[in-house]
Ligand binder design. Structure first.
Ligand code: FPP
Length: 237
């Protein structure tokens, strides 16, 4: 089983437009898919599930849509946290906090604190997240340590940068699934996905379910991961 599965949840808007519904209704159905996948992943024994819920570029959407997405994450945490906690799920939210409303920031901090010691699956929600922004913030913290003398320039290694990213302590994704047929990373975990297996599925996010997840995992098992090395197959043995 892949330890860490990451998902770029795409296609809520197209799902809604195809049914003559509003984009808002697409996002609401998207939250139902989130609930299904969290349960399915937990049941499969996946240790880390990461979901890309709001990117640092999503602020360019209409004010109404941004407000709706902010409201949905708050409602999701308020309504589902008790059940997640009960199931032993640990919540981690990655992304910038400084430009989120105070109440959302506090809700996130409190939820992470409540579930910190849980031993079940870690649910990583990428919210107000952009990989380039995350790397720049990490670099800034490392630079401050260099200036203060706490870190010497020659001590800057991939491992040190890892420890300053929002994902510190979380293993790199083994499998990344993107729904809706689009084939790009859209500024998601660019550093962490160096050797991640990428799987693109046509299903729109609101239609994604345990069966589609299982199909992606089956495809993952057919892949050969070499991490830049060789295998008996590629050595011709
Ligand atoms: C992409 O579809 C989806 C998003 C930008 C938002 C995803 C958010 C949710 C599923 C709900 C909130 C999340 C949680 C964890 C409660 P799109 O709008 O880009 O679709 P389109 O490409 O068809 O327009």
């Amino acid at each position: 089983m892949p330890r860490h599965v990451a998902v770029i949840m795409d296609g809520n808007g197209r799902w809604a437009l195809g049914r003559g519904l509003s984009r808002t209704q697409g996002h609401r159905r998207g939250v139902e898919a989130v609930r299904r996948i969290v349960r399915a992943a937990n049941g499969l024994g996946i240790e880390y599930l990461s979901l890309y819920a709001f990117s640092s570029e999503n602020w360019s959407r209409s004010a109404d849509e941004v407000r709706e997405l902010m409201g949905l994450i708050k409602r999701f945490i308020r309504q589902d946290l008790a059940e997640l906690h009960e199931a032993g799920v640990k919540l981690r939210v990655i992304g910038a906090r400084d430009n989120l409303s105070d109440d959302l920031g506090k809700l996130i901090d409190d939820s992470e604190a409540l579930t910190r010691d849980n031993r079940g699956m870690t649910l990583v929600v990428a919210f107000n997240y952009g990989s380039k922004d995350e790397i720049a913030r990490a670099m800034r913290r490392v630079a401050e340590k260099v200036v203060s003398g706490a870190v010497r320039p020659e001590e800057i290694t991939p491992g040190l940068l890892d420890a300053h990213l929002d994902t510190a302590g979380i293993p790199e994704p083994d499998l990344l699934v993107r729904t809706s047929g689009e084939q790009r990373l859209s500024n998601f975990m660019l550093w962490q996905c160096a050797y991640t297996e990428l799987i693109f599925v046509d299903a729109l996010w609101p239609d994604f379910d345990g069966e589609t997840l299982q199909q992606a995992i089956d495809e993952y098992h057919r892949r050969e991961r070499r991490f830049g090395g060789t295998s008996a197959r590629t050595r011709g043995q």
